[in-house]
Design a protein around this ligand. Structure first.
Ligand code: ASP
Length: 445
């Protein structure tokens, strides 16, 4: 079954549904887009997923755990009361969550499966609240748990991925809902495995839900509504003059997500690329701003789009005088992949290679494997600052510009010119903000 006319997906993140006023604001944004057949995807109310996770913190006392549970319930009840809707809509979820909390308190341990079940309650409740408020203001809307309409995943708890027939099921179920004139309000972030266990798609995964649904439906646009005016030239907390960018390519957007920009979940862009669907990032706090449009290509060639940063980076230097540069590179890459590390950058000088990885991946097992190849030195707690943009290697004198703007800043690794979309440096945490500011000035003013 096909949807008659166009349709869009609108995803609202946690801060956009942070309290009753924000929810009212979201409802009015939805109302002004009703002629585009919106399918709504919603995150948990702001902060709720973090609170749910802390329920499983085994170092807390029973009283502390119950206090967190009560805080979560109170937040939802206050929101419901202020929106003047029926509090019974979330009673079933509260009962189930209460059972799980009791189990965690008694058994004093949680599996990754329990964690996903625990985290799922945020979206299960927020979707009911938003749908019920939409109905209260006269919009025909219904809440759906994504897994009840086809979001079926593998059993990779904490970071699940969809099974191939998910698209087909979502399309069939959602088309019939939309064709009845109903606005579906769907839980972001969660799915179910084939054996019926609730799974999650990774933190921040509601963006990914939105894009999976957009791809399944052949949507004309996937809108990610957040709390900034789209993708910016830098983090506005560091660079006050950061500006929003009108259009970025899919490649730029995914590179930005991978190099620390918080606006999009890194996997979001994949389903959109697959079906060539534009993704638009918009601001619920400033809805008239046109935000950033992510497309398969941009008109501009060779440009810097943004300066991003990623904290908690380790730089490992590996040297072995009796090995050739290429041999050393190959051996180091082999060790990284046999340790399950696939997100890293590596660059080589004549005598050593520098490997940049996330602190989480810096394990004793990795170091001991690298020591079998050569001499290893690690410098920890660095910040990776990235200059991202299409074809940046073709920007004349880019390396000179980077070095001259960073005079006086200690750089652990200089960019290798091998990547055409990202030149990164690693600096100390103390100098990171200054590096971001100076690079921003060099490229954007
Ligand atoms: N609520 C989930 C999280 O906080 C998913 C999301 O908001 O996208 O990670």
């Amino acid at each position: 079954m096909e949807v008659k006319g166009i349709m869009i997906v609108m995803k609202f993140g946690g801060t956009s549904v942070g309290d009753f006023e924000r929810i009212k604001n979201v409802a009015s944004i939805i109302k002004s887009n009703l002629n585009e057949n919106p399918v709504i995807v919603v995150s948990a109310l702001g902060g709720v997923t973090d609170n749910l996770i802390s329920i499983a913190n085994l170092s807390l006392t029973e009283d502390e755990v119950r206090a967190i549970f009560n805080k979560i319930i109170e937040k939802h009840h206050t929101t419901i009361e202020k929106l003047n809707i029926d509090e019974k809509i979330i009673q079933e979820d509260i009962n189930r969550l209460n059972e799980l909390v009791n189990k965690i308190i008694t058994v004093k341990k949680t599996t990754s499966q329990d964690m996903d079940l625990l985290m799922s309650f945020g979206e299960r409740m927020s979707s009911k609240i938003l749908a019920s408020y939409l109905s209260a203001i006269g919009i025909k809307a219904l809440p759906y748990n994504a897994y009840d309409i086809g979001m079926i995943t593998n059993s990779n708890f904490g970071n699940a991925d969809i099974l191939p027939y998910t698209y087909q099921k979502l399309k069939k179920n959602l088309s019939s809902v939309i064709n009845k004139g109903v606005v579906p309000v769907i839980t972001g972030f969660i799915g179910k495995s084939k054996d019926g266990s609730i799974t999650t798609l990774g933190r921040g995964g509601s963006d990914y839900t939105a894009s999976i649904i957009g791809a399944a439906m052949g949507a004309s646009e996937i809108q990610i509504w957040t709390d900034v005016d789209g993708i910016l030239t830098a983090d506005p907390k560091i660079v006050k003059t950061a500006k929003s960018i009108d259009v970025v390519s899919y490649e730029e957007a995914s590179e930005l997500a991978l190099s620390g920009a918080k606006v999009l979940h890194p996997k979001t862009i994949l389903p959109a690329i697959e079906k060539n669907i534009p993704v638009r990032i918009l601001n619920t706090f400033n809805p008239s701003h046109k935000g950033t449009l992510v497309l398969n290509r941009t008109a501009e060639k060779s440009r810097v789009v943004s300066i991003t940063y990623k904290k908690h980076i380790v730089v490992i230097s590996l040297s072995n005088r009796s090995m050739l540069k290429n041999e050393l590179l190959k051996a180091a890459s082999g060790v990284l992949s046999s340790n399950g590390i696939f997100e890293y950058s590596i660059s080589a000088s004549e005598s050593s290679v520098s490997i940049t990885i996330d602190e989480k991946e810096h394990t004793p097992a990795l170091i001991s494997d690298l020591k079998k190849i050569g001499n290893v030195e690690s410098s920890i707690n660095g910040v990776k600052v990235s200059i991202v943009g299409n074809d940046i290697s073709f920007i004349p004198k880019i390396s000179d510009l980077i070095s001259s703007s960073l005079k006086g800043i200690k750089i652990e690794i200089m960019p290798s010119s091998e990547s055409n979309i990202n030149h990164s440096i690693v600096v100390t945490e103390r100098q990171a903000n200054s590096a971001v500011k100076r690079l921003h000035t060099a490229f954007f003013s």
